[in-house]
Design a protein around this ligand. Structure first.
Ligand code: ARG
Length: 466
């Protein structure tokens, strides 16, 4: 044979790649983490090759034994990854071929374009399951915090101005809704991942008599009834990166939620609010100011969300101008995905840890929620029940608020005579509106913060998160 490059694809080359090119183009430094998925794909593929008679049963067994041994070595950290072999696929195949001659047949009717697609689909299924569990952990921490502070009321805020009273738990349950949507979103991404790409070749399938359904079943790409799910267009299969974008988008949106939760926690822990105390274990001090206790875990949750959005943006830009089908640019899809997975994963744990050690300053919450202005809307509702049109009632209560400000007294310390100068519909019982317990108990429609609703939500979340 004529002198050719040593690379797997080297037949048509007279020289191998430059050292610089090897360094530039390698992906094994980051895609080696796909080894277990790559080996699972190779086992399923070789089982299929034996099933259709393209290799013998003995060859399949030798390949499987070799792959199992390689995986054990990789997991033990004993495998030597070689940059010159480019990626995880070539490293494993070449190491296997050195030990098992039959491995030279492993790549029959297979391309790296579909191999990376299957590795990543297996990765996404795994990653979504891991993140779903971690998010559930954070949700459970939230539920426990709500449970431990069931009776605490706080002002709810719009425009960061005190608006209306709510149970602290009602606010936490708003976060739970956000996190539960994230959990469902990751489950949906896992469902999108559940299509087997193997068998589409590099772009246009193969002339060899393969059985795509066999491979799909072997890898668990099946529907609820156990029927195989295989991708339906060979070109789309190797070009498609929607799943990457869906996963990165789910991470980015989870990051947005974390950031908003973190922002509330930072505000609540400030001296100006002092509703909560963040756990020392998730805060740090200042190197200069001895009194400082900084909410670092929350600030980093807020900061990491920028990174998650950046990763999504990278993937959108990476794919937007690419012609079909596979282009080497697509190798750049993995670092942002792995980063999003790793960061989302640790963020979920840090949120759970921060919530787990958080304590509530019930007295400060009670003082803040005692502000009678929080019940100004209830006073307008009182007038509505006296038959006053809401727009007039709103206007009248606005005037009452102004009057209290002028008199420099709290809203509920005006006299009945004073408020009657604003509107004659105010009766002697107007001031009962400011009974906070009574006010909150009136909000019992679905989704409202009343105590019966809250009890219902506790029951619901306990069931969802058990
Ligand atoms: N390392 C490559 C990637 O991550 C694998 C697919 C390579 N395919 C190819 N034709 N070079 O995209």
């Amino acid at each position: 044979m004529a002198k050719s490059s040593h690379a797997t694809w080297g037949g048509r080359f007279t020289a191998g790649p430059a050292e610089l090119m090897l360094q530039f183009s390698e992906s094994v430094s980051f895609d080696r983490r796909l080894a277990a998925f790559d080996i699972a794909g190779s086992k399923a593929h070789s089982a299929m090759l034996a099933h259709v008679g393209l290799i013998t049963g003995a060859e399949r067994n030798a390949i499987h034994a070799g792959l199992d041994a390689l995986l054990a070595e990789i997991e033990a950290g004993k495998f030597v990854w070689e940059t010159r072999l480019e990626d995880v696929h070539m490293n494993i195949e070449q190491a296997l071929t050195k030990r098992v001659p039959a491995a030279a047949k492993l790549h029959t009717a297979r391309s790296r374009n579909e191999q990376i697609a299957v590795d990543m689909r297996l990765f996404f299924k795994h990653a979504c399951a891991v993140l779903g569990e971690k998010i559930r952990g954070a949700e459970r921490a939230l539920l426990a915090l709500a449970d431990a502070n069931r009776a605490v009321l706080i002002p709810g805020y719009t425009h960061l101005q005190r608006a209306q009273p709510v149970f602290f738990a009602h606010h936490l349950f708003a976060w739970l809704e956000m996190l539960e949507r994230d959990r469902q979103r990751f489950a949906a991404v896992a469902a999108s991942a559940n299509w087997c790409p193997l068998g589409v070749g590099a772009i246009a399938g193969t002339t060899l008599p393969i059985d795509r359904e066999f491979t799909a079943k072997a890898l668990g790409f099946v529907d609820a009834k156990g029927r195989p799910r295989v991708t339906q267009n060979s070109m789309d299969t190797v070009a498609d990166r929607d799943l990457f974008i869906e996963f990165a988008a789910a991470c980015a949106l989870f990051g947005v939620h974390l950031s908003r939760i973190a922002e509330d926690l930072i505000l609540w822990s400030s001296t100006e609010f002092k509703f909560i105390e963040l756990p020392d274990a998730f805060c740090t001090g200042s190197s200069l100011m001895p009194q400082k206790k900084n909410p670092d875990s929350c600030e980093l949750l807020r900061g990491k969300s920028a990174r998650l959005q950046g990763n999504l943006q990278t993937l959108l830009v990476l794919t937007k101008g690419l012609p079909l089908t596979y282009n080497r640019d697509l190798q750049e899809d993995k670092p942002p995905i792995f980063d999003s997975f790793d960061q989302t994963s640790i963020c979920a744990d840090v949120l759970a840890g921060t919530l787990g050690g958080l304590t509530v300053h019930a007295a400060n919450c009670a003082a803040a929620v005692a502000d009678p202005a929080l019940l100004a809307t209830d006073l307008a509702d009182y007038l509505v029940l006296q038959g006053v049109p809401f727009r007039d009632a709103h206007h009248a209560v606005g005037a009452v608020v102004r009057l209290a400000e002028n008199h420099k007294v709290a809203l509920n310390h005006l006299s009945t005579a004073d408020v009657q100068t604003v509107h004659p519909a105010f009766k002697a019982d107007w001031v009962d509106v400011f009974d906070l317990k009574r006010a909150i108990a009136k909000r019992e429609g679905t989704g409202m913060p009343g105590p019966k609703q809250l009890a219902r939500q506790f029951t619901r979340w306990k069931k969802v998160l058990q």
